[in-house]
Design a protein around this ligand. Structure first.
Ligand SMILES: [Zn+2]
Length: 104
C-alpha cells in the first residue's frame, strides 16, 4: 500500500504541474482573441483552477495517508476511529474517513 500511495503521490504532483501550467497560460493572447473565445478561455481557466485545487487536496490526503502508515494508523477513520473498509481503500488509498464520515 505504501508503494501505491507513493506512486499516486508522484502522479498527483505531475498532474499538479500540468494544471498549473494550464491555469497560467490564459492571459497571454487575450488581445489576439475575440470576446467569446476569451470567455471560453476564462471558463477553461476556472476549470483548471478547480481541478488544481482538488488535486492539491488529494495530494495532501496522500501525504497524510503515508504519515498514518508510518504511525500504524492507516486504514482507520481519522474522525470516528472505525476501520475504513478495504473496498474503499482500494478505490481511494488516501481516504482519511470511513464512508459514513465522508458522506455525513
Ligand atoms: Zn468515520
Amino acid at each position: 500500500m505504501r508503494a501505491r500511495l507513493l506512486s499516486l503521490k508522484a502522479e498527483l504532483q505531475a498532474a499538479l504541474a500540468g494544471t498549473q501550467e494550464q491555469a497560467g497560460t490564459v492571459d497571454l493572447d487575450q488581445a489576439a482573441v475575440g470576446r467569446l473565445s476569451r470567455v471560453d478561455a476564462l471558463q477553461a481557466q476556472a476549470m483548471a483552477q478547480e481541478q488544481e485545487r482538488r488535486t492539491q487536496i488529494r495530494l495532501e490526503q496522500v501525504v497524510n495517508a503515508v504519515a498514518r502508515l508510518d504511525n500504524d494508523a492507516y486504514g482507520i477513520c481519522v474522525r470516528c476511529g472505525d476501520d475504513i473498509s478495504e473496498g474503499r481503500l482500494e478505490a481511494r488509498p488516501e481516504a482519511p474517513f470511513c464512508l459514513a464520515c465522508a458522506s455525513g
